[in-house]
Design a protein around this ligand. Structure first.
Ligand code: C2E
Ligand code: MG
Ligand code: MG
Ligand code: MG
Length: 301
């Protein structure tokens, strides 16, 4: 519980100072209005290979800056959307924005500007509420949005947080199998915190498992956290899944993950979630840094 509170307070520190007591004041009308007015925007957080630092993907994270109430964290408005049947509408808006952006950063134009093609293969992760799993129409709409932009479903990872909704294994299995057959990749988010059992994981067609950040952020100080990380990475590997650690905040943790052969890392050490334009700047700066280091290493040989 203490650990929980500590994590909670670090989370809040990340959000804008305008936050104040806004979350308590926000209501469903505000959210409905935000959806109608298009006030929900996205931040993008890169996902890199632990071993090489190469970027392989970006996760889209919903952001809501309310004109009066200030910054409302997704941990507040996502549950609100879920509770009031607004989540599918939100998911579709987020999907459209993120796909437009992905098409943009994958374009030949951007490749010319950035000086290479790395981003043309970048995979996009979208967070999807497990509550939506029963809604076939939503996923058909997502597939259609991909087709309209000529984006292969193979480039999309749908991240599902393990919740009690996923316990409804029959609906889940149907929907998830269908999504896999259509080409989408599926990821189980925040693993280690919820309801998932190993049994369920083996039965469901996931392609990635993400270790929850509460373990990763405390890896340096807690043997228990390290034990959870080790077993999740091992479980993922034995099931042939990509293993990803979220919440990587320092080099020591990254080195630890790499030693465990965890595939991918995400976290403030690499980059905070960034607004769309800042992302490209970050990418260009990072690539030139990497190139510089490569040349220095070559010269040293
Ligand atoms: P998540 O999908 O597990 O995303 C990771 C969260 O950890 C993000 O919080 C991210 O900003 C934060 N994070 C990443 N690296 C670090 C780090 O190194 N240190 C710390 N302290 N935090 C880090 P965020 O953006 O506040 O999102 C919270 C959750 O809200 C997400 O967790 C996801 O479950 C949900 N969410 C966000 N956007 C959407 C969305 O479009 N749809 C749905 N259904 N859920 C969303
Ligand atoms: Mg996620
Ligand atoms: Mg997560
Ligand atoms: Mg999370």
């Amino acid at each position: 519980e203490l650990l929980h509170q500590a994590i909670e307070s670090r989370e809040t520190a990340d959000h804008s100072p305008a936050e104040g007591n806004a979350p308590r004041d926000v209501n469903v009308q505000d959210l409905e209005e935000a959806l109608t007015l298009g006030q929900i925007h996205l931040a993008y957080q890169p996902k890199v290979r632990c071993r090489t630092g190469t970027i392989v993907g970006v996760e889209a994270l919903a952001r809501w800056q309310h004109p009066r109430l200030g910054f409302i964290p997704p941990d507040v408005f996502i549950p609100l959307a879920e509770a009031h049947d607004l989540i599918d509408r939100l998911t579709l808006q987020v999907t459209e924005q993120a796909l437009d952006w992905l098409a943009d950063i994958s374009s030949d134009d951007t490749a010319r500007r950035v000086g290479q093609h790395a981003l043309q293969e970048t995979v996009l992760s979208l967070n999807v509420s497990a509550r939506s799993l029963g809604n076939v129409a939503l996923f058909d709409a997502i597939l259609q949005r991909c087709r309209e932009r000529d984006i292969a479903p193979e480039r999309i990872v749908l991240e599902l947080t393990e919740t009690s909704a996923m316990q409804d294994a029959i609906t889940s299995l149907d929907t998830l199998t269908r999504l896999r057959l259509q080409g989408f990749q599926l990821s189980i988010d925040d693993f280690g915190t919820g309801y998932s059992s190993m049994v369920q994981l083996v039965r469901l067609p996931f392609s990635e498992i993400k270790v929850d950040k509460r373990f990763v952020m405390t890896a340096n100080d807690s043997e228990e956290s390290r034990a959870v990380i080790r077993s999740v990475v091992e479980l993922g590997r034995s099931l042939g899944l990509n293993t990803t650690a979220e919440g990587v905040e320092d080099g020591e943790t990254l080195a630890y993950l790499d030693a465990l052969k965890c595939d991918l890392a995400q976290g403030y050490l690499i980059s905070r979630p960034l607004p769309p334009d800042a992302f490209l700047d970050w990418f260009i700066a990072r690539e030139s840094q990497r190139e510089e280091r490569r040349l220095v290493a070559l010269a040293g040989l």
